[in-house]
Design a binder for this molecule. Structure first.
Ligand code: FCB
Length: 451
């Protein structure tokens, strides 16, 4: 990428989430989360896997931060586990749970790495789910209590906060399709959950501003550009519907203060229970939008719902997700133009492939390296076209617990040998390390000899 357009203060990062890496599920007073319960329910997660041990990041974070330093990261995106901080969901604060994040933040800062925390990456306290979970407004109120406790402890050192990660996934995959925790299967629950997630974002953003006035606040959405399969009006309408359900349902309330009218008409029966003032809270200005992107949609008209078209000539990852870097370019330019966010961070992008260690002990992952190279190039083109992108986080630093897929999908640029928990940087790790170093003129001195 010799002519790329990244400014010198562009943030190069890597992303993770608490339940996917931490393990230590029963330690230091952590409460049960919906993902503990879901993983323990037979048939929900492949191979009966759970996050009980995961990458054991809870005990190994110092070694992992050393690895991040070797990689040359500017920022580390992680999430905070609500049930560690408020085991009962609200009320009593478990200081021992906060201690972990306190130490992690200090360790990162000591290595010149910006902590880039997300408050909610899907691990709702189970007690709150038992009382209605995200279908209930009370969970949004509890989220504010949780936010206040975290900001009171970490707000002196964290500069950028993300409230939620991918509310679409929580709402629909968790509440309508039953494939993620909490495993509900009701469209009405999904719509209610989406509204309360957004509402809690707005309220939490306000709480962060109160508790840490200089901090920046954002929300991360999973967005995918939707292309019509042909230029027929029917396919275009189908693509617009898919764009509405996945993208505009969240972008419009956050940036424009209303749900998209075309979808409200369609969803008449399950319209969200919006109260006076909700949309003002949801649309209060934010400092950045986080964008997670892995694939695009190609859409044609179906008999009853839009059809997602599969291109047999395209390359797909181990998740069955199409590799299409231009989709990220188009998405970033479009979101920049239509919604004018103050800044965008690509908070997740990456690929799962069937990695294995070879006889030399290394993990050669040319497909992932090519994926990241091409998507980073797409980000560079978006910046050149005026999209306000300020950073990029690869998903993921480590192989980890990939939700309903358990440990069967490997997204890491570092391989985890699960029986021993040994970390093995993959070739893509070295590529990213060299790429980051090349952007800085002189490489930073490396405390660990690798490569
Ligand atoms: C995203 C999630 C993240 C990870 C990647 C592959 O939807 O935010 O936790 O599972 O997908």
């Amino acid at each position: 990428m010799p002519n790329d357009t990244f400014p010198s203060d562009f943030i190069w990062g890597a992303a993770t989430a608490a339940y996917q890496i931490e393990g230590a599920a029963d330690e230091d007073g952590r409460g049960e989360s919906v993902w503990d319960r879901f993983s323990a329910t037979p048939g929900k997660v492949r191979n009966g896997d759970s996050g009980a041990v995961a990458c054991d990041f809870y005990h190994r974070y110092r070694d992992d931060v050393a690895l991040m330093r070797d990689l040359g990261l500017d920022a580390f995106r992680f999430s905070i586990a609500w049930p560690r901080v408020l085991p009962e969901g609200r009320g009593r604060v478990n200081e021992a749970g906060l201690d972990f994040y306190d130490k992690l933040v200090d360790e990162l800062l000591a290595h010149d790495i910006e902590p880039f925390p997300t408050l909610f990456h899907w691990d709702t306290p189970q007690v709150l789910e038992d009382a209605g979970g995200w279908t209930s407004r009370a969970t949004a109120e509890a989220f504010v209590e949780y936010t206040e406790a975290v900001v009171a402890r970490l707000g002196d050192r964290v500069r950028r906060w993300t409230t939620h990660n991918e509310p679409w996934v929580v709402a629909w995959i968790g509440h309508a399709w039953g494939e993620h925790a909490p495993g509900r299967e009701s469209e009405a629950d999904a719509v209610a959950a989406s509204h309360h997630l957004l509402l809690s974002h707005g309220w939490a953003a306000e709480a962060i501003r109160q508790g840490s006035p200089d901090a920046e606040v954002g929300i991360t959405l999973n967005l995918s550009h939707a292309y019509p399969a042909t230029d027929s009006p029917e396919d275009e309408a189908a693509a617009w519907q898919v764009d509405g359900e996945g993208n505009r349902w969240f972008l419009d309330p956050v940036f424009r203060g209303h749900y998209p009218a075309d979808l409200l008409e369609r969803n008449e029966l399950v319209a969200p229970h919006v109260r006076e003032g909700d949309l003002d809270a949801i649309s209060a200005p934010i400092d950045f939008l986080g964008v997670n992107n892995y694939f695009r949609f190609v859409v044609s008209r179906g008999s009853d719902r839009p059809n997602i078209v599969h291109d047999p000539t395209a390359q797909y990852t181990d998740m069955g997700w199409e590799v299409y870097p231009d989709g990220l370019h188009h998405l970033l330019v479009r979101v920049g133009e239509d919604y004018a966010p103050a800044a965008i961070y690509v908070t997740e992008n990456g690929a799962a492939f069937g990695d294995a260690r070879t006889h030399d002990g290394r993990v050669h992952d040319p497909e992932r390296t090519a994926y990241i190279t091409d998507y980073v190039d797409a980000v560079s083109r978006a910046v050149a076209d005026g999209a306000p992108v300020k950073g990029y986080f690869v998903w993921s630093l480590l192989d980890n617990f990939e939700w309903a897929h358990g440990y069967s999908k490997r997204f890491g640029i570092v391989y985890i040998d699960y029986p021993t928990l040994e970390r093995v940087p993959k070739d893509s790790f070295y590529w990213y390390r060299d790429f980051i170093a090349s952007r800085r003129g002189a490489p930073r001195p490396s405390p660990v000899a690798t490569g």
